[in-house]
Write a protein that binds this ligand. Structure first.
Ligand code: SF4
Length: 359
């Protein structure tokens, strides 16, 4: 079990529910855009939001952003330890530093002491692109695997912070390679009790990022490795939060409202499964009564697997010839037209939910 770290009201490690993270992609100095994006992320299910504090203008904007943010914020610090001190003054909830580029040990010590006084945790974030030069040379020469190099580097930096009496440490070791990332986290899992922030760095645009992160983070999470995560995506930030939520939901690690299963369709299909499935997801996410309801909803193309899957779900639709069979709690209710299908499914779910409440 990893040690428990508190980031304001959010717990990381110690077996706590795994929080989802993301990072702003607007300049922190732009207070209005930053707050707008933070709110969007919160709505998408993000628990912790990171933002860069890379210059004086960002540091100046930070107190207002911190005061108005609905979720705890994490300051991302590179190169300039003074930005870490300014972020702490602004009331930041957590720091992410890369000690390798903060400079000499005295500066790291100053940051650790200031964070310790305020009870602010620090994530040591080692990335494959920012290894120490001597370590990088060893990796390039093939004397050391990248994963092991990152894991050892992160652990050494954490031990250095501990020497300054600082213990609220989270570690991350992100590479663009899925296998090296997994190797790095496995090393840390075996060699320390620091909570681990999972991620694949520079994972690419949506489709690639989802596959890479699903493969790497999924492999780790299924082994019980990982205490918080970010799914990095080149694209809209809210997609990161949605993807993080879904990954945890699909692994059975965190409930997040209805899960829509739908078949891939085939030559038998005579109804628009993709369209209906999308409409069901959209309608559920907007429905105040159902969006947090933990259940499985099935949209199936035909009667081969359709009724079976639909019946196994809380409610479902199994396609026929230009119509659907509506199922609820394992029972076929009635035939519905494609136009009626989505509202009828939602109503069936509401009925089940209300019936459960009355029991
Ligand atoms: S449920 Fe029916 S339509 Fe969908 S993939 Fe299976 S056989 Fe094809």
């Amino acid at each position: 079990m990893t040690r428990l770290i508190k980031v304001k009201n959010i717990a990381i490690g110690g077996g706590a529910v795994i929080p989802v993270q993301s990072m702003l992609n607007v300049p922190t100095s732009d207070t209005v855009s930053s707050l707008r994006q933070i709110r969007k992320l919160e709505k998408a299910g993000c628990d912790l939001v990171r933002l860069t504090v890379n210059d004086a203008a960002a540091a100046k904007a930070l107190p207002e952003i911190v005061a108005k943010s609905p979720v705890p914020l994490i300051a991302d610090i590179h190169f300039d330890y003074r930005m870490a001190l300014a972020a702490l003054e602004a009331g930041i909830a957590k720091l992410r530093i890369n000690p390798g580029n903060i400079g000499d040990k005295k500066r790291v010590k100053l940051v650790a002491e200031a964070a310790g006084e305020k009870g602010v945790p620090i994530r040591i974030g080692v990335n494959s692109g920012s290894l120490r030069e001597d370590v990088r040379k060893k990796v390039l020469a093939g004397h050391l695997s990248l994963g092991l190099a990152m894991g050892r580097h992160a652990l050494a930096e954490a031990k250095a912070l501990e020497k300054y009496g600082f213990e609220d440490i989270v570690l991350s070791v992100k590479a663009t390679s899925v296998t090296e990332t997994v190797r790095a986290y496995e090393f840390l899992h075996e060699n320390c009790d620091f909570p681990l922030h999972l991620g694949i760095t520079e994972a690419g645009r949506l489709e690639d990022a989802l596959l890479k992160s699903g493969a790497g983070l999924g492999a780790l999470l299924l082994k019980g490795i990982g205490d918080t995560l970010r799914i990095s995506i080149t694209g809209p930030v809210e997609k990161e939060a949605e993807a993080g939520r879904k990954l945890l939901q699909f692994l059975g690690l965190r409930p997040y409202g209805p899960e829509v299963v739908s078949c891939p369709t085939c030559g038998r299909t005579k109804v628009e499964v993709e369209k209906i499935s999308r409409e069901v997801s959209r309608a559920l996410s907007k429905d105040p009564e159902l969006r947090d309801y933990q259940c499985k909803v099935a949209v199936m193309g035909c009667a081969v697997n359709g009724p079976g899957e639909a019946a196994a779900a809380e409610a479902g639709l199994a396609g026929g010839s230009d119509c659907f069979l509506l199922f609820a709690k394992g029972k076929a209710l009635r035939k519905v037209s494609p136009r009626e299908a989505v509202p009828a499914l939602l109503q069936a779910l509401r009925n089940i939910k209300n019936a459960k409440r009355l029991k």
